[in-house]
Design a protein around this ligand. Structure first.
Ligand code: FES
Length: 125
């Protein structure tokens, strides 16, 4: 299997790994294809993603896409974050093997869930 240089970079040195303890939003998803899981926590300020971290029990592609997703999402508005797709992330990683594209759903789905969680909590206040 051939991974791009970018995938290898983000897999061997993933960025924004961890958990934001006092997160404003949290999203957890499981991958129905392989059973792996992903958690993303965010801090929001002025409708922008000020900080973001991820934890995953996933494969190399899941780790690389999560790392890239957090790098891309940081500083974006919530609307821009919700508009991000797995293809955006895969393109930024210079592509993923086609049978690994399902792995890239995890991070983007968890990001969307974290944003929705924040919006739900905000509306409840
Ligand atoms: Fe499970 Fe990639 S094989 S996320």
């Amino acid at each position: 299997m051939l991974y791009s240089k970018k995938v290898m970079e983000h897999f061997s040195k993933p960025q924004n790994v961890g958990l934001i303890e006092d997160a404003d939003g949290r999203g957890i998803v499981g991958n129905p294809v392989c059973g792996d899981t992903m958690e993303i926590t965010i801090k929001v300020k002025d409708d922008k993603i000020e900080d973001i971290k991820f934890r995953t029990f996933g494969c190399a592609s899941a780790i690389a896409t999560s790392s890239m997703t957090t790098v891309m999402a940081k500083g974006k508005t919530l609307v821009e974050g919700l508009a991000m797709t797995r293809d955006d992330v895969a393109n930024e990683l210079q592509g993923l093997p086609s049978h690994k594209m399902h792995c890239s759903n995890l991070a983007v789905d968890a990001l969307h869930k974290a944003i929705e969680d924040y919006q739900k909590k905000k509306n409840e206040k």
